[in-house]
Design a protein around this ligand. Structure first.
Ligand code: ZN
Length: 339
């Protein structure tokens, strides 16, 4: 059977347990050299009936899931791979409700699966944006609850936390997000920030952008400090036109996509989890098809599957609660393959 191209083909393809296993094995060890995730030894024997290996180095067994975001999950690889396909290819993301329905698991199990996958979606490019040939846009936005429509009690609670009259009602319950876009790479990086303040923005830009680069921002006075280290130019939004190359339209486009998926798909995102949703949106944006880089859905899938190793996210880490509540809960057939 040919490698899947569309979602329905992917579902049919991964429904075959052996095929899903072979594909996952190939993605994890493309050169065919199966190495133990614990000790690195390549000496092992494969137990076909149980789809696992016995390591001759550390004398322990391992599966294709060990040492990946799938470790300890009772879900079969067919479900996992379908979930990975959906989250990296659905433009606005996929809610745990939709995913649960699509693969036959409970919503809370699907929610945990999606968070584990987001862990693999994290951007790990350490290099800096900018440089002599590129331009970098920097901008910030607010995400989350709308103060105007908020219940009075919640408003009062937030007012106590955020400080009275600090930012006014329109920012109430909102979380600040800062983003940077490298125009040459056509890549975005963004993160939740505690405040839109000079020191916070400056340190994010210094960390992520090569000194001396062209940096475009809006008139926010917090950006004043950039002149020292960067070729800083300012967009005058009030003038209502784009001053040649000096604009932040690329990032504004990204904020639109982010807000659309947060509003449409992920109706109520806790500020605590917002970083994970940013990772997800950034992954899809940075790996979108462009003229120079015509990525397909299956390319994006293979790329994300190659990133699942070496990462873990436990339920306890995710929620600060005990793992048992959700970890073993499956709503599937209860007969998931022991991959
Ligand atoms: Zn070993």
């Amino acid at each position: 059977m040919k490698k899947p191209v569309t979602l329905s083909q992917a579902i049919a393809y991964f429904a075959d347990a052996e095929r899903a296993f072979d594909y996952a094995k190939w993605l994890r060890w493309p050169d065919g050299k199966v190495a133990c995730p614990r000790c690195g030894s390549e000496s092992n024997s494969f137990v076909k009936t149980r789809s696992l290996w016995f390591c001759n180095g550390c004398k322990k067994q391992f599966t294709v899931k060990v040492g990946t975001i799938f470790e300890d999950s009772p879900m079969g690889l067919d479900k996992w791979m379908t979930a990975v396909w959906m989250i990296c290819n659905c433009k606005n993301g996929i809610s745990s409700y939709e995913l649960g329905k699509a693969i036959g698991v409970r919503q809370n199990s699907a929610w945990f699966m999606l968070h584990r996958i987001r862990e693999a979606m994290k951007d790990e490019d350490g290099f800096q944006f900018g440089g002599p040939t590129s331009e970098v846009e920097s901008d910030e936005t607010f995400v989350g609850g709308r103060g105007k429509f908020m219940h009075k009690d919640k408003k009062e609670r937030l007012r106590k936390i955020e400080g009275k009259g600090n930012r006014g009602d329109i920012y109430m319950g909102k979380t600040a997000v800062h983003g940077m876009l490298d125009r040459e790479l056509r890549k975005v990086r963004c993160s939740v920030i505690p405040y839109v303040r000079r020191d916070v923005l400056q340190s994010a830009i210094l960390k992520n952008v090569e000194r001396g680069s062209k940096v475009y921002t809006d008139e926010n006075p917090s950006y004043d400090v950039l002149t020292k280290d960067f070729m800083h130019e300012i967009v005058h939004h009030a003038e209502r036109y784009v001053n040649g190359r000096v604009h932040t339209n690329g990032l504004e486009n990204f904020w639109c996509l982010l807000k659309r998926s947060l509003k449409g798909t992920y109706v109520a995102v806790e500020p605590f989890h917002l970083d994970h949703y940013l990772d997800e949106q950034v992954f899809r944006y940075n790996n979108r098809a462009t003229k120079d880089n015509p990525l397909t859905d299956s390319d994006r899938f293979a790329y994300l599957m190659a990133k699942v190793a070496g990462k873990r996210l436990t339920y306890a880490t995710l929620t600060g609660k005990d793992a048992d509540a959700l970890h073993h809960e499956t709503a599937g057939t209860g007969q998931e393959e022991p991959f």
